[in-house]
Design a binder for this molecule. Structure first.
Ligand SMILES: Cc1ncc(COP(=O)(O)O)c(C=O)c1O
Length: 349
């Protein structure tokens, strides 16, 4: 029997209302996969929105941020290199870095960034705008400082701007970078389409050349159907309408989730997200892996342990406000609070 999963507060799936309502017909010739002049120009414009002045030879289209992380780590890292990872960070990045056999070093972000990295690192991977899972922004002075540190101590900064288009007033580290220290990646999964698998990578031309070779080895380039749809939507403006809708919808849902958390889980602690799509909450004494099991088929959540590279984080859970309707957000949190109450009651017996 199929049991319906009712409330989805788990993954970071976008609200389907955000995506363009209709697509222009494909324009890019089907034989083009790695670049197309007119699309490049649209992407250059898109990057300017994030304060980045990039030329055509500094841009590579990927199938998403995860591919960007994969390309970066398989081109520039060696086994045993130390890489600073936000603690906690995006679970997909932890998987890629682990598979690359790097040694992770902590870059604490709770309650805010502490960028005093002491180890000799090869790179830092950061999501400085609307950080996943916490939703905080790195302060401008820390962005400047980490860039200075990268220059002084010769390491790369891999900046993942997955949520940047939702809070465009926050400057990217890449926009401050004069010497090509920063490799910038972003995804269009959150604002355009998750299924078309599109992302952008920006770096100095000598690196982009290496990344392009790696991309050709992996998949030979993106689907021209995805590229055509992106181009059409940038050209006719529906891409930008989607971004405006996204900002409005997510701001409303964020308030709804916060109210529901205050109402049903008054004992929970969190830092209010400044961007992104999530609340990362701590409920003392709980085991969020167990909670996830108990909630199975009722409410989807992301247990905190997914986001700490050493498996810590049992008392944390990440709740997404992007996908579910306002009613479902509220109902989902009510069910979570009941389950937590039951678990605490039973553990006292
Ligand atoms: C920080 C971050 N990077 C990348 C991704 C995934 O991006 P993509 O779907 O483009 O691989 C996500 C979302 O799931 C994310 O939170």
């Amino acid at each position: 029997m199929m049991v319906k999963l009712i409330y989805n507060l788990g993954g970071g799936l976008p609200d389907p209302m955000v995506f363009p309502r209709s697509f222009s017909s494909p324009i890019i010739p089907f034989e083009r996969t790695l670049s197309f002049q007119d699309l490049d120009e649209e992407l250059i414009r898109l990057l300017k929105y994030r304060g980045i002045d990039a030329s055509k030879d500094e841009i590579l289209i990927t199938t998403g941020s995860i591919q960007g992380i994969f390309i970066f780590s398989n081109t520039l890292l060696n086994d045993g290199d130390k890489v600073a990872l936000e603690y906690p960070t995006f679970a997909g990045a932890i998987r890629v870095f682990k598979s690359r056999n790097v040694i992770p070093v902590k870059l604490p972000v709770i309650p805010y960034y502490d960028i005093n990295i002491k180890d000799k690192i090869k790179a830092v991977y950061t999501i400085p705008t609307g950080q996943n899972p916490t939703g905080i922004h790195m302060k401008l002075e820390d962005k400047k400082r980490i860039l200075e540190m990268a220059e002084e101590r010769d390491f790369f900064i891999l900046e993942d701007d997955a949520y940047g288009l939702l809070t465009p007033e926050e400057p990217t580290i890449k926009s401050l970078d004069k010497n090509g220290r920063v490799i910038y990646i972003t995804t269009l999964s959150k604002v355009f389409s998750s299924g078309l698998r599109l992302g952008i990578m920006v770096a100095k031309p000598s690196l982009i050349e290496k990344f392009r070779d790696m991309k050709e080895e992996i998949d030979g380039g993106n689907s021209s159907i995805s590229l055509s749809l992106l181009y059409g939507s940038l050209k006719d403006g529906s891409f930008w309408e989607g971004i405006s809708r996204a900002k409005r919808i997510y701001e409303e849902k964020k308030v709804i989730m916060e109210e529901a958390l205050k109402k049903y889980l008054p004992e929970a602690e969190w830092t209010r997200p400044e961007g992104g799509l999530f609340f990362f909450i701590r409920v003392k004494g709980i085991d969020s892996d167990q909670l996830q099991e108990k909630l199975a088929r009722k409410v989807l959540i992301s247990p905190g342990t997914k986001f700490f590279f050493d498996g810590n984080g049992k008392e944390y859970l990440r709740l997404s406000f992007s996908y579910s309707t306002p009613n479902d957000i509220e109902k989902g949190i009510e069910i979570i609070s009941q389950e937590i109450y039951e678990m605490k009651k039973n553990s006292k017996v």
